[in-house]
Design a protein around this ligand. Structure first.
Ligand code: BG6
Length: 586
């Protein structure tokens, strides 16, 4: 997924665009570029690397002109190089575009345009948009007609912004987010509200198959059939507009440390019309939970809690796999879709599949301005504030809080989560972060790390291993502790690193049995537990809480272990290679 931004106003566009791209860089950071229009000409500067690095050599922030576009890239088509960086200009150099998404039929369009004499400078799918707009503009002489004809030709998923030599800026969206920010005699076009959060909190969320054209005669919103639309202006909640690092060296660390308060914010958040929600969940014949990455691990915990306490069968499914899985989804089913961003393409396509079968959609999202929020018949917000670190941390523990609240509500109080106790326990873990930093030093040279957990702790072991993979680039595998002897034990050898998620509950003794087998083969054990054991080479102590609540508390030391290991590896925990905060392409 990439970030795109556009500006048309009275102030220098270069600086505004570069500052916006810095705020949205978590969406993609392979390359960056800016085009501005001044003295009737479009100028483009672009390069490989992060915004601040490229800007220090190309000075995009001082580009002249009051109309411009910008882009940060997460490469899908074509290598990471300057030619493939956006913006892409048309052959006439009178149009420049930035694009997020995938043009699935770009090869046939490219072939046709090549046959008509167009030349392509990149390997990207996106560049076809620029030349198609040129062709249609030359045919029709109208930017409106050129946009409509071009949109009629494109297949796939896209949000793109184009600037034209005359000063007009136009944009369109289909399956990718695009938001208009309304400023003082200025317009912002962005993938994310964070792109214009410093300038305005008045926004228009462009609907699917809608476009906007902004020229000296004002703004016009149309659908892809050319019909005018009266857009709704939304006031963006302040909590969604601020994402500062504060005194923390990384967003990831700041967001890990926020959890002592975000857990309580999610626990206290009001669920409007909750009777309707609980009725729907209680009475549906089939309940499915789905998510991607970390959100899928929250689905696994949710399935465990709803089955154990509410006696509600809740089947977890990996969102990207759902299209290939046999399900019993019908009009008496509910899909509980979990997504921090609410924009992951895999989760949105899973939702479309379920909707086609008549199922109800309930979502758990952090971004209450997202596509998933708008696609749902009921949405539960996390209220943990924007999450910038690419590896999900505070959103995960908040997703778990929502699952515990659902289990409490649907079980008629068979579980009474004490989130204050959990928040205090998390504070204690955070205050011993330097101990975890010490333990991480021992993992710097590890090539493989195994994370073991049993019962409800297995999904937490999966989440711990994902964090380690995401930000420290060490191969890590989450395993159900009892499966070790059925294969993975063959991988145990002198010095192999194993993390045990092992609180003193019903799984404790069996997990220690596995620990003996690992020690017998020379493994080095890091024990995350409220109870010490001499089998541990390193003990990361967590406070004792109600045993049902350990999953939230034990997640935090795993996040810190991954974070400090990534620092040992000299990696950038906020912007891990090859990843993006949410992936809006399937
Ligand atoms: C990945 C992120 O792109 O998407 C993960 O790097 C995240 O951290 C996953 O868990 C799912 O994202 P979301 O927004 O749908 O929860």
């Amino acid at each position: 997924m990439c970030s795109i931004i556009g500006y048309r106003g009275s102030r220098p566009a270069g600086k505004i665009i570069v500052d916006s791209l810095k705020k949205m860089e978590y969406r993609g950071y392979d390359s960056v570029g800016v085009s501005t229009l001044h003295s009737g000409r479009i100028e483009t500067r672009k390069g490989v690397g992060k915004v601040s690095e490229v800007d220090s050599s190309l000075h995009m922030n001082s580009m002249a002109g009051t109309v411009g576009i910008g882009h940060t890239r997460w490469a899908t088509h074509g290598g990471v190089n300057t030619a493939n960086a956006h913006p892409h200009c048309s052959n006439s150099k009178k149009i420049s575009i930035v694009h997020n998404g995938i043009i699935e039929n770009y090869q046939s369009i490219k072939q046709q345009l090549r046959a008509e004499g167009y030349v392509f400078k990149s390997q990207t799918d996106s560049e076809v948009i620029a030349n198609l707009l040129q062709k249609n503009l030359e045919l029709t002489g109208s930017i409106r007609e050129s946009m409509l004809r071009t949109l009629a030709r494109l297949e796939g998923s896209f949000a793109f912004i184009a600037i034209f030599e005359g000063g007009t800026i136009a944009a369109a969206r289909y399956r990718e987010p695009l938001i208009i920010g309304l400023g003082q005699s200025a317009y912002y076009l962005s993938s994310d509200v964070l792109g214009f959060s410093d300038h305005t909190d008045d926004a228009i969320f462009l609907g699917d198959k809608e476009l906007v054209i902004i020229s000296s005669s004002g703004m016009e919103v149309l659908n892809f059939d050319g019909e005018s639309i009266q857009p709704n202006v939304t006031k963006i909640a302040h909590e969604l507009l601020t994402a500062e690092k504060g005194d923390f060296s990384h967003f990831t660390l700041k967001e890990i440390f926020e959890q002592k308060s975000t857990i309580l914010r999610t626990a206290d958040a009001h669920w409007y019309d909750s009777d309707r929600l609980l009725d729907r969940l209680n009475n549906c014949k089939n309940l499915y939970l789905t998510g991607s990455g970390t959100s899928y691990h929250a689905a696994l915990i949710g399935s465990f809690l709803l089955s154990k306490y509410a006696k509600k069968r809740a089947e977890p499914m990996i969102a990207s796999e759902m299209q290939f899985l046999p399900t019993f989804i019908d009009d008496d089913s509910v899909l509980l879709a979990i997504s921090q961003s609410g924009e992951s393409a895999d989760i949105l396509s899973a939702v479309n599949l379920a909707k086609e079968e008549g199922a109800g959609i309930v979502s758990i999202v952090n971004s209450m301005t997202s596509s998933l929020f708008r696609e749902s018949s009921y949405s539960i917000g996390l209220h943990c504030g924007p999450e910038v670190g690419v590896a999900a941390t505070k959103s995960f523990t908040s997703q778990l809080v929502v699952m515990y609240r659902l289990a409490q509500e649907l079980s008629g109080g068979k579980i009474e989560p004490d989130f204050t106790e959990v928040s205090l326990a998390v504070s204690k873990v955070l205050s011993s972060s330097s101990k975890i930093e010490e333990v991480a030093k021992g993992l710097e040279s590890a090539s493989d790390i195994y994370v073991l957990g049993r019962g409800i702790h297995f999904p937490i072991a999966l989440e711990g291993s994902l964090k380690i993979k995401e930000i420290s680039y060490i191969h890590a595998e989450g395993l159900p502790g009892g499966e070790l002897k059925h294969g993975p034990l063959a991988l145990m050898h002198d010095g192999i690193s194993v993390v045990l998620v092992n609180p003193d509950d019903c799984t404790h003794a069996d997990t220690l049995t596995g620990a003996h087998e690992i020690k017998a083969r020379g493994g080095k054990i890091i024990g995350i537990s409220n109870a010490y054991n001499e089998l541990y080479d390193s003990w990361i102590e967590i406070p004792t809480v109600d045993e049902a609540m350990f999953p939230i508390v034990e997640s935090v030391p795993l996040q810190l272990l991954a974070y400090y290991t990534s620092l040992e590896k000299k990696a950038d925990p906020d912007y891990p290679r090859n990843l993006a905060k949410c992936v809006t392409v399937r």
